[in-house]
Design a protein around this ligand. Structure first.
Ligand code: 3Y8
Ligand code: NAP
Length: 253
């Protein structure tokens, strides 16, 4: 019987947790503990780091984990790198449930940056009104461009005010809506959106809103990841676990 460790924190992880619960598969969803009140899940959850690769290997062995599913965010590069190494050391199967990168469509005005630091450098110039849709973890980097007015959106209210001299702060968790993001951008007279190429549906509303308002987007590209087995649908993970509904689908390992 599988005993799955699901590294979560994304819409896809929550969707897979629902399928695992429906099928009665033993599984635990793991959060890093980045937010005050992570979403409740229909399977067991755990919160907090493992203590590096060594700690994750110990966890896998101590909890008799049989399958490791990495459904973390495409920018959670360190967690994903640890998952690959720990699964190999512990000798258990590993799969990644992720989402395709967003690609620009007609009407999009994208400028791409290879990483957060490059995006900061590209903001040199006269003051603008920028929606910084990156959450809380990277805000300090943008203090290098203090001339702009930043619209920040955090999941939780910060203990300290953000270190940006001109900013507005919205506390909200996604998934977001096109109407809501359009209104937010208009209410704050946003003239540029900065975001990560997260992919998926949970944060895509701002791209549609920007397109509808004719606003430019500074898109930060994903960190490179080593080759690994990737799927985009929670159902494909279930098939990999041997819990597929299709009668003749190839059995997972
Ligand atoms: C703790 C779990 C679900 C998952 C929902 C998805 C969608 C809504 C959109 C914007 C972009 C951002 C941010 C974002 C989105 C989903 C998904 C997603 C982006 C929660 C969650 C955790 C986190 C951590 C948080 C980060 C931050 C990033 C905000 C829960 C709500 C900007 C990423 O305050 C902080 O320290 C927040 C940190 C990592 C990135 C950052 O750099 O600040 N996510 N987000 C997870 C853990 O502890 O392991 O609280 O329930 C999950 C979700 N956030 O099940 O419905 O699937 O991605 N999350 C980005 O995409 O750029 C917001 O504002 O437009
Ligand atoms: P990260 O930088 O790749 O990981 C840093 C450390 O956080 C890891 O080495 C690990 O600590 C711990 N960690 C990360 N994800 C974990 C998980 N799911 N369960 C247990 N420990 C975890 O990760 P991050 O970018 O901070 O992301 C943290 C969480 O937020 C992840 O669940 C991710 O899916 C979610 N998230 C991140 C983003 C983003 O933009 N980065 C967006 C949406 C959601 P140890 O080394 O001690 O094991």
């Amino acid at each position: 019987m599988p005993n799955v460790l699901l590294l979560g924190g994304t819409t896809e992880a929550s969707a897979l947790a629902r399928l695992l619960a429906e099928k009665g598969v033993q599984a635990t969803l793991s959060y890093a503990g980045r937010t005050e009140a992570p979403k409740a899940q229909p399977i067991k959850t755990r919160v907090g780091g493992f203590g590096g690769v060594r700690g994750l290997v110990d966890y896998l062995r101590d909890h008799n984990v049989t399958h490791l599913v990495d459904a973390t965010h495409p920018f959670a590069a360190q967690m994903s790198a640890h998952a690959i190494k720990a699964a190999w050391i512990a000798g258990i199967p590993h799969i990644v449930l992720t989402r395709p990168a967003w690609v620009p469509v007609a009407g999009d005005r994208w400028l791409c940056a290879r990483d957060i630091d490059a995006a900061v450098d590209m903001l040199a110039g006269p003051a603008r009104r920028i929606m910084l849709a990156l959450g809380r973890m990277h805000v300090e980097a943008f203090a290098a461009q203090p001339q702009h007015h930043y619209l920040l959106r955090f999941v939780d209210a910060p203990a300290e005010p953000p270190a940006l001299p001109h900013h507005s702060l919205v506390v909200d968790r996604g998934p977001f809506t096109i109407e809501g993001d359009c209104r937010l951008m208009q209410d704050h007279a946003v003239d540029l959106i900065v975001c990560k190429n997260a992919g998926g549906a949970g944060a895509a509303a701002k791209l549609t809103a920007a397109r509808q308002l004719g606003l430019p987007v500074l898109m930060i590209e994903r960190p490179a990841m080593p080759d690994r087995m990737e799927v985009y649908l929670p159902e494909d993970v279930m098939a990999w676990l041997g819990h597929d509904d299709a009668p003749n689908a190839e059995r997972g390992v």
